[in-house]
Design a protein around this ligand. Sequence first.
Ligand SMILES: *[C@@H]1O[C@H](CO)[C@@H](O)[C@H](O)[C@H]1NC(C)=O
Length: 292
Amino acid sequence: MTMTMKIFQCLLLIAIVLTTLPFVSSLSTTATAKTAITGLSSPPSLPLQPPATTNNIFVNVRSQFQRNDLKRKLISATKQKDKDESLIFSLVEELSKFNPTDCPTQGLAGYNEEVGRGGKSSPLDGSWRLLYTNAKDAEAPARTEKDSSEKFGDTVKSGIEVSTGQVIDAMKGECVNFIALEGTTSGDDEEESNNKKPFDRIEITIKMTPLNDTRVRLDFLRGRALNSNAPFSFLRDFTFSFPPAVVGDILATIRGKDFRVEPQAYFDILYIDDQLRAHRTGEGKIFIQERA
Ligand SMILES: *[C@@H]1O[C@H](CO)[C@@H](O)[C@H](O)[C@H]1NC(C)=O
């Protein structure tokens, strides 16, 4: 009896396994078939499908998150003591894909402005502070400003503070780059620190002409050097002019460039929002600036 019972039990087990197996496999095939069908047709009318606008919100939130993350990484990379150039370049490249500003040159010298709209303010307008550039000191007039502690470290004596900056008047289509030296000491030492300063302030005024939504032509207009310690009064407030823009156009033409597209000096805005800005000059130099 026990023997037949065991055989019976075994047969029952086998029967159960055999009957469940096709059931399980058929279940899984119907499941995959179902997903395949919904994946293929993806009917938008399905009540469970989130509407397209919700999808857009998710995409926006995600790109905003990625943008903020990249900005934070980039700003921190520019503030490192040993700057990793290739990291900075790749972060700028990545960030440029998340540029939230459709037309960076909007409102620059009236660019892209509809008559009677009251002049929508330009993204470029205002004061900027340089965070990073790979441009050399020799390109000083072209650079917007200097990192005080680092770049002037060797050349400026102690007791002197360097402040640099850029102010853009978008409506006028002009920017002023300045370098100012200020004595940090007072009293008896003040005179001494004044004597250490080669100048008080240097300003370079540059004309900014928008060539399209992202490219800005630069023409150096004039410079001004203020030096209260100059030996001659005419040197205390000394202004000078740059060669007229047409000289640059001739030089560009000689170099085989169309100055209407590739002028002697220009930059392409890679990224701009209300806080941060990055551009690349015609010579391939990167500038990263923060709103001051
Ligand atoms: C602006 O012009 C330059 C040079 O032709 C071009 O490379 C760039 O893509 C243009 N930008 C836009 C937004 O059209």
